[in-house]
Design a binder for this molecule. Structure first.
Ligand code: FEO
Length: 166
């Protein structure tokens, strides 16, 4: 049976993963309507991953005798200026999510819920990977500069399909 504090912070994370999915969906729409097909594909796929994360939390809370709460989600921004700005915001958001996952680890330790603390390690590892992949994209953007966004967009399409094949 889940401790109330653990259940509450897991429910907070359900909302955050759902917001992450909508945020990336909104970015994908922005990219697609600005002719950035590769970028939009990457973001649509990322939005799907966030939905899977949300579902993992939902299933876990329910399986452990808690009850997942599905809330209204704050509307994400719709305009992002340029690709550099999009990925700067993706990184910032992932860093926020990493902090959020670390807080869950902290609550699990405080409440001596070692089962959830063990379960959440998957997300600890996932956040390392998510930040690394966004950092790699930001490094690429720095190298290319604004004038070569077409090349960047082609590149990121290839990155996603390589990732999908792994
Ligand atoms: Fe669900 Fe991108 O962290």
């Amino acid at each position: 049976m889940l401790n109330k504090k653990v259940e509450d912070i897991l429910n907070r994370q359900i909302e955050r993963e759902s917001y992450s999915s909508n945020l990336y969906l909104s970015m994908a729409v922005w990219a697609e309507t600005n002719g950035l097909e590769g970028t939009s594909q990457w973001l649509y796929a990322q939005a799907e991953e966030e939905r899977i994360h949300m579902l993992k939390f939902i299933k876990y809370v329910n399986e452990r005798g808690g009850k997942s709460v599905i809330t209204a989600i704050e509307q994400p921004p719709a305009d992002f200026g340029n690709v550099k700005e999009v990925f700067a915001q993706v990184l910032e958001h992932e860093q926020f999510i990493t902090g959020s996952i670390n807080e869950i680890v902290g609550v699990c330790l405080d409440e001596k819920d070692f089962t959830t603390q063990n379960w959440i390690q998957w997300f600890v590892t996932e956040q390392i990977e998510e930040e690394a992949s966004v950092n790699a994209i930001n490094d690429k953007i720095k190298l290319l500069g604004e004038q070569n966004m077409y090349l960047f967009d082609r590149d990121i399409m290839a990155m996603r399909s390589q990732g999908a094949a792994e």
